[in-house]
Design a protein around this ligand. Structure first.
Ligand code: ATP
Length: 238
């Protein structure tokens, strides 16, 4: 079952005097996968954090279906059905893999359904099942990324917001993350993916925004953007 639409308009982020994002507007339709690409410092992370209630924001419209997120703190945004995989993973290194995953289920009761979600995460990422009693700090970067995705899945989101999941990973692991995201999207989970890796983004999403200097410089289907000379030169290096 697909979730509601995310609708963003007039979103801005300011850190003191630094304008990190300005007048951002876009939607993520139910079941859609949308990407945000852009160079270092373009404002991608700030935009995601603002949606999640983790950055100082001004906003005209910020809705997820019936939920008005404009004044919601982050824990309520998660309850509204948006899972967040932050840049740099932020797993709890001193806790076991199991415990990290259970922390992601803080919005739910510990019942058969929640146990089922844990098993689903282990089916998607078998290595997490094998290492479930190990400390998260002992996992490789790629395994920690899987754990961060698994932890977000434990809240049973209907939209998953991911910040640079490919960062620092080998091409093989990037491929595994890509397959997992595709599968989740095929199962009906909406996705909002921020990446510097445009090639990966185009393989997961159907539509992208290009951010430059805190603003949306371009939007289009991935097919159209792949053919755009500027995108090819700046973001695909061809
Ligand atoms: P990256 O790919 O490096 O994460 P980005 O596109 O996600 O880049 P942001 O991290 O959103 O960009 O940063 C946008 C701008 O806001 C940059 O100029 C950055 O230096 C600034 N910025 C980000 N976080 C803060 C903060 N906490 N305080 C002050 N300025 C910040």
């Amino acid at each position: 079952m697909t979730g509601p639409e995310l609708s963003v308009a007039g979103l801005g982020v300011n850190y003191g005097g630094v304008r990190a994002a300005h007048d951002i507007a876009f939607t993520v339709a139910p079941g859609e996968a949308v990407g945000i690409i852009g160079a270092n410092g373009a404002g991608k992370t700030s935009t995601l954090k603002a949606i999640m209630g983790l950055a100082p924001r001004v906003v005209r419209t910020l809705r997820f279906g019936e939920h008005d997120l404009a004044r919601m703190p982050a824990h309520q945004v998660v309850r509204a059905g948006i899972g967040y995989v932050p840049e740099g993973r932020h797993v709890f290194p001193g806790l076991t893999v199991d415990k990290n995953l259970l922390l992601g289920a803080y919005t739910r009761k510990w019942d058969a359904e929640t146990k089922g979600s844990l098993e689903e995460v282990f089916t998607m990422f078998p290595v997490l099942g094998e290492m479930r009693h190990r400390l998260a700090g002992a996992l490789s970067g790629g395994q920690q990324q899987m754990l961060a995705i698994g932890r977000a899945l434990m809240s049973r989101p209907r939209l998953m917001v991911l910040d640079e999941p490919s960062m620092g990973l080998s091409p093989k692991l990037v491929g595994e993350i890509l397959l997992a995201l595709r599968r989740l999207n095929e199962e009906g989970l909406s996705i909002l993916l921020v990446e510097q890796n445009a090639k990966l983004t185009f393989e997961v999403t159907s539509r992208c925004l290009v951010m430059e200097n805190g603003e949306i410089a371009m939007t289009g289907t991935c097919a159209a953007l792949r053919g755009d000379p500027t995108v090819r030169r700046v973001y695909l290096g061809v």
